[in-house]
Design a protein around this ligand. Structure first.
Ligand code: BGC
Length: 923
C-alpha cells in the first residue's frame, strides 16, 4: 500500500498561497483493500517528527450506512486541517493510512508555506520609475551579507508585469508574473524563494506593461488599469540564530533603462540588446494602489512542452512547430551587432507564406536587435498563439535547431487520459487538450492569438466540465470565480461577458453570465469541495436575482426576454452569428438551469430557505417555458437541434413532449444527412442528449462524420487544436469569409467531455447529490464497434478510475477499475448492472451488429450491396431516381415524398427485409 499525490488545496507544495484553510488530500494505491479504516495527519515545522505542531493521532474513518460517504474522520478527497496557521511559515505534513485489511502505510513528507499575515504592514514602500512610461525600468538593490542566511523570501508585487533576478539568475520558474486578475478590485503578491550568497548580492526587477498597463481588451483605447510602473518588494532574511533582516523597496533602490523597449500582450516585444542602460537613478516613491493586496491564489504559469521546429517545405523563412499552442519561441542568436531579427507569429500557412489576417489588430511580432554577443533570447512580457514563425533578418540560412517552441500555460495537474485504436479520434482528443492548454493562460481565454485572449465567460462555462476531466481545474477556476465575483459587485449582480472585464462592459447575457452558476457547480461535481461552493454561492445567487430583477422590469414574468443576447453563438442554422434558435428560448432555458443549480448548491450548503426559493423559481420558469414553447399536444415550437437538445438536457420538455422532442431531434440530425447545426450552446449537450435518449450510435456517427460540418472535418484539414467555427476553413479551402477565424477556441472541444462522461461513462450519478471527489459514481461505458480498443483513465480526487474496452469480432470485453475507497454503479449496454466496490471488473458483451431501418441514410443503403439489392427489388424507383432524391437523406424521407409510388404494404415489406440486414457502422 502506498500513499501518494499529497496536495494542499489541490496544489503540489504551494508556496505563499492565500488560503482561508489548508485542505489536505491524498490517494491510497497499490493495495487490495477496499477503503480507509483510519488515518493520521502529522504536521511539523521540519521534514521529520522533531518539530511537530499538530498530530491528529489515529482517527477512525466512519462511513454512512451502505455507502462510502464519510461522516466522521478524514476524507482523503479533501480534509480541512484544524490548525491555526502562522504567517510566513513552511508546514511539512504527512499522512498515515490504515486500510480495512489492516495494512498501514505512511506517506513521504510534503509541505505548504503560508504567505504574509493578512493586513500586516509592509516594511517596504511602493516605488516607481523616474523615466515614467518612456522606458521599461529595471529596479535594483545591492546588499552585502556578512553570513549566509538559512532562509530568504521575497514578497513581491510588480505592475504591469515583472521578472525578478538575483545575481543575474531568474527567480523561480514562473512567467508573466503577476498574472492577470481583476486588478481594479484586488492585486496579488507572490512569494519567491531566494538563495543569496555571503558577500555582495544584487536583486533586480524588470517591469513590463503586461495586461495591466498595455494595450489589451476589446476597447483598447479606453483607460487601462494603471498608467504607472509599480513595485513593492520585501526581502526577508532569516539567520541561524533567529535574527531577521528585512530589505524593502524604497528610494535606495536604483533604476536603469531596460533593453526591452516595447511590450504588449497583443503586439509582441522588442529587445534592443545594444541599448545602453544609462546612469542609475533613484527610484521614486509612489502612491499605493487603492485596492487590497492579497497573497496569490492562482496556480503558477510556466513553460511546459518544448518543440523543435522544422523548416516549412513551402517557405525556407518559416519554422513549423508541428503543433498550434500558446507561448513563444526561444532562439540562440549569434548575429553581428546591429542585426535586427523579427519573428512573425502565425497559426496557419496560406499560399506559401504565414497567414496572419486572423490575428486582426494584434501584431504578434518579436523583435531582437543584437549587440553582437551570442545568447539565448526569449520574450518576457508577451505571448503568442501559433504554430508557424516567420523569421526575418536572420543572418544566413535559417537553422531550425537554433529555435525551440515553448508552450506556456497555467500549471494544472493532468487528470484525464484517453487513448484509442483510432488515430483520428486520438488526434481530436489531443486537439481538445491543446486548446485547453493554449487557453489556460492564468485566466480561461477564448483564444490565444488575436486581439482578444479574454476571459469570455460563455466559453469557459461551456468547457468547464471537459476541462475538469482533462485537468485539475479547482484552484484555477476558483481564482477565476473570484475575478467574476469582483466584477459582479460592479454590475449589481450581473455577470460580464469577459472576466476580468477590462472596461468592456457587455454583461447580462445568457450562457455567458450563467458561468456564475455553472462553473461552481461543475467544480462541485468534480471536486466536492463545499468550502469552494460556499465561496461562490453569492455569485450564483447574485446572477439569478439579477435576471429576476430584469424580468420584473420588463414585466416578462418567468421568460427571460428583453436583454441583448448572443443566442446559440456561431450555430449553422441561422443567418447570423446568433444562430437559429430563438434567443428568448435560450435565455429562459439557462435562467431555469441557473436557478436550479443555485437551489442545489443551497441544499448542499444547508441553506434551506434559499434552496426552497430557487427551487420554486426554477419550477415557475419551467412552467412558463412549457407554456410558451410547447403546444398542448407536446410539440416543441422552436424546431432546431439546439432547442431540442436544451429542452431534453435540462428536462424542460413537459411529460407529453419528451418522446416527441427526442424524435424531432433525431430527425433533424438524420434528415440533414447526419449533420450537426449546433453552436456554442447546443454543441456540448448534443452527444450527451443523443446518448440519453438511446441514440448513442447516432452520436458516434456525428463524432466520426468526416465532412463539414463536424469534428473530424477539421482533423482531416490538419488541425492540431479546436477551431472557433465549424468552417473556419471552408470546404473550398478558403478562410471563412465572415472573418473571426481562430484555430484555437475550446468550446467545441467539449466533445471530449462526452468521451469521458458517456463513451467511457465515468460520471456522477444524476439521481442524488454529487459524491465527494467522485467517490461514488456511475460507470456506464458505451462501446462502439468503430473503436476497437478504448482506454480512459480519470484521476478524480477520491481515486483513479479506469474504463477500457476491446472488441474481438462481435464480442466486446469491458474492463472497469474502481479505485481504493471508491464505488461505482456499473451499467452495461446490454442492460446488466452491478454495484462495484474497489477492484477490477471484467465483462464480456455480445452486441449484435445493427440492422437497417427506414431512417437509415440513403447513400449508406445504396452503397451496401445487400441493402441495395433489397431496394432494387422492392423500390426500384429509388435506383432510377425519384424527383428531388438528391435533397433527401433518409429512406423514410424518400418514401414519404409525393413522387414515391410505394404503397403502405410495399413499404412494410421493404422495412421488413431491410431490418434483417446487418451492417458494420461506417466511419
Ligand atoms: C469570442 C468568443 C466569444 C464571443 C461572444 C468572440 O469574439 O472569441 O469566443 O464567446 O465573441 O460574443
Amino acid at each position: 500500500m502506498q500513499i501518494t499525490k499529497l496536495r494542499t488545496n489541490h496544489l503540489d507544495r504551494p508556496l505563499g498561497f492565500g488560503f482561508d484553510k489548508a485542505i489536505l488530500s491524498w490517494l491510497t494505491t497499490d493495495t487490495l483493500a477496499a477503503r480507509q479504516a483510519a488515518s493520521r495527519v502529522e504536521v511539523s515545522l521540519t521534514a521529520d517528527e522533531s518539530s511537530t505542531v499538530y498530530d491528529s493521532d489515529r482517527v477512525k474513518t466512519v462511513y454512512a450506512p451502505d455507502s462510502l460517504r464519510i461522516v466522521s474522520g478524514m476524507d482523503s478527497a479533501g480534509w480541512a486541517l484544524p490548525l491555526t496557521l502562522q504567517p510566513m511559515t513552511r508546514y511539512f505534513w504527512r499522512v498515515t493510512v490504515w486500510s480495512d485489511l489492516g495494512e498501514e502505510a505512511v506517506s513521504e513528507w510534503t509541505w505548504f508555506e503560508t504567505p504574509r499575515s493578512n493586513g500586516a504592514p509592509w516594511k517596504a514602500e511602493w516605488i516607481t520609475s523616474p523615466f515614467g512610461r518612456e522606458a521599461h525600468p529595471v529596479f535594483s538593490r545591492r546588499f552585502v551579507l556578512a553570513e549566509k542566511p538559512v532562509s530568504v523570501r521575497c514578497y513581491i508585487a510588480g505592475l504591469g508585469m515583472y521578472e525578478a533576478r538575483l545575481n543575474g539568475e531568474k527567480l523561480g520558474d514562473e512567467v508573466l508574473l503577476p498574472g492577470f486578475h481583476a486588478y481594479d478590485s484586488y492585486l496579488m503578491y507572490q512569494t519567491l524563494e531566494l538563495e543569496p550568497r555571503a558577500g555582495e548580492n544584487v536583486m533586480e526587477v524588470t517591469l513590463g506593461e503586461g495586461w495591466y498597463m498595455g494595450r489589451y481588451g476589446l476597447k483598447s483605447r479606453a483607460p487601462r488599469y494603471g498608467e504607472e510602473y509599480l513595485l513593492l518588494a520585501e526581502i526577508r532574511l532569516k539567520y541561524a540564530d533567529g535574527r531577521e533582516e528585512v530589505i524593502g523597496t524604497d528610494e535606495n533602490w536604483q533604476v536603469v533603462r531596460s533593453p526591452i523597449t516595447f511590450d504588449s500582450i497583443y503586439d509582441g516585444e522588442t529587445y534592443d540588446a545594444a541599448l545602453k542602460p544609462g546612469q542609475p537613478q533613484s527610484a521614486l516613491y509612489a502612491k499605493a494602489p487603492e485596492v487590497s493586496l492579497i497573497a496569490r491564489i492562482n496556480p503558477p504559469l510556466r513553460k511546459h512542452e518544448r518543440f523543435t521546429p522544422v523548416l516549412s517545405p513551402e517557405n525556407p523563412q518559416v519554422l513549423d512547430m508541428g503543433q498550434n499552442f500558446a507561448g513563444w519561441c526561444r532562439f540562440y542568436c549569434d548575429a553581428p551587432a546591429g542585426t535586427e531579427i523579427r519573428l512573425l507569429y502565425a497559426e496557419y500557412m496560406k499560399d506559401g507564406d504565414v497567414y496572419r489576417d486572423n490575428l486582426r489588430k494584434a501584431k504578434c511580432v518579436y523583435t531582437y536587435i543584437s549587440d553582437g554577443t551570442p545568447r539565448w533570447v526569449e520574450p518576457r512580457f508577451t505571448y503568442f498563439g501559433f504554430r508557424y514563425v516567420k523569421v526575418e533578418g536572420w543572418p544566413g540560412a535559417l537553422d531550425p535547431a537554433s529555435f525551440t517552441g515553448c508552450a506556456v500555460y497555467s500549471s494544472l495537474e493532468r487528470t484525464g487520459f484517453i487513448e484509442t485504436s483510432d488515430v483520428q479520434l486520438n488526434r481530436l482528443y489531443e486537439n481538445t487538450l491543446w486548446s485547453l492548454k493554449s487557453n489556460f493562460v492564468d485566466i480561461p481565454t477564448d483564444c490565444p492569438q488575436r486581439d482578444e485572449r479574454m476571459g469570455w465567460t460563455g466559453d469557459i462555462q461551456i468547457f468547464a466540465d471537459t476541462a475538469s476531466y482533462h485537468m485539475d481545474t479547482a484552484a484555477f477556476l476558483d481564482k477565476f470565480m473570484l475575478d467574476l465575483m469582483c466584477e459582479q459587485k460592479r454590475l449589481d449582480g450581473s455577470v460580464p461577458c469577459v472576466v476580468p472585464m477590462c472596461r468592456y462592459e457587455l454583461n447580462g447575457v445568457s450562457a455567458w453570465g450563467d458561468a456564475a452558476c455553472v462553473i461552481p457547480w461543475r467544480l462541485y461535481e468534480h471536486y466536492g469541495d463545499r468550502e469552494m461552493l460556499s465561496r461562490h454561492f453569492d455569485s450564483m445567487r447574485g446572477w439569478v436575482d439579477w435576471i429576476s430583477r430584469q424580468n420584473d422590469r420588463h414585466a416578462s414574468g418567468f421568460l427571460w426576454d428583453g436583454c441583448a443576447q448572443l443566442g446559440d453563438w456561431l450555430s449553422l442554422d441561422g443567418d447570423s452569428v446568433y444562430g437559429g434558435t430563438d434567443r428568448t428560448f435560450v435565455a429562459t432555458a439557462y435562467y431555469y438551469y441557473s436557478a436550479l443549480l443555485t437551489s442545489r448548491a443551497a441544499s448542499v450548503l444547508g441553506l434551506d430557505e434559499e434552496e426552497e426559493r430557487y427551487r420554486r423559481l426554477a419550477q415557475s420558469i419551467r412552467e412558463a417555458f412549457g407554456n410558451e414553447y410547447f403546444t398542448r399536444t407536446g410539440s416543441i415550437s422552436i424546431r432546431t437541434q439546439t432547442a431540442c437538445v436544451m429542452a431534453l438536457y435540462l428536462d424542460l420538455a413537459p411529460e407529453n413532449a419528451k418522446a416527441k422532442t427526442a424524435r424531432l431531434l433525431v430527425r433533424l440530425v438524420r434528415e440533414n444527412g447526419v449533420q450537426l447545426r449546433t453552436g456554442f450552446v447546443g454543441t456540448p449537450w448534443l452527444l450527451p442528449v443523443l446518448s440519453d435518449i438511446g441514440e448513442t450510435q447516432l452520436a458516434y456517427d456525428l463524432l466520426f462524420k468526416q465532412e463539414y460540418p463536424g469534428w473530424m472535418y477539421e482533423v482531416n484539414r490538419g488541425a492540431t487544436t479546436i477551431w472557433e467555427r465549424w468552417n473556419s476553413i471552408e470546404p473550398d479551402g478558403e478562410m471563412n469569409r465572415d472573418g473571426m477565424n481562430s484555430f484555437n477556441h475550446y468550446a467545441y472541444g467539449s466533445v471530449a467531455g462526452w468521451l469521458y462522461g458517456y463513451a467511457a461513462g465515468i460520471r456522477q450519478p444524476e439521481d442524488r447529490a454529487p459524491s465527494h471527489g467522485m467517490r461514488s459514481i456511475c460507470v456506464s461505458p458505451r462501446p462502439d464497434r468503430r473503436i476497437r480498443h478504448f482506454c480512459c483513465r480519470y484521476a478524480a480526487p477520491a481515486g483513479e478510475y479506469e474504463v477500457r474496452w476491446d472488441w474481438q469480432g462481435i464480442e466486446c470485453t469491458v474492463r472497469v477499475k474502481v479505485p481504493f475507497g471508491c464505488e461505482a454503479q456499473i451499467a452495461l449496454p446490454d442492460g446488466r448492472t452491478q454495484q462495484a466496490a474497489s477492484g477490477e471488473y471484467s465483462f464480456t458483451l455480445s452486441l449484435p451488429l445493427p440492422k437497417y431501418t427506414l431512417d437509415a441514410q440513403l447513400d449508406a443503403l445504396l452503397s451496401d450491396p445487400a441493402a441495395r439489392d433489397a431496394i432494387a427489388r422492392l423500390f426500384p424507383q429509388a435506383i432510377r431516381g425519384v424527383a428531388f432524391q438528391y435533397e433527401m437523406h433518409t429512406l423514410r424521407q424518400l418514401l414519404s415524398s409525393p413522387f414515391s409510388e410505394m404503397s403502405d404494404e410495399q413499404i412494410r415489406a421493404l422495412e421488413e427485409e431491410l431490418s434483417a440486414i446487418e451492417y458494420e457502422p461506417k466511419r
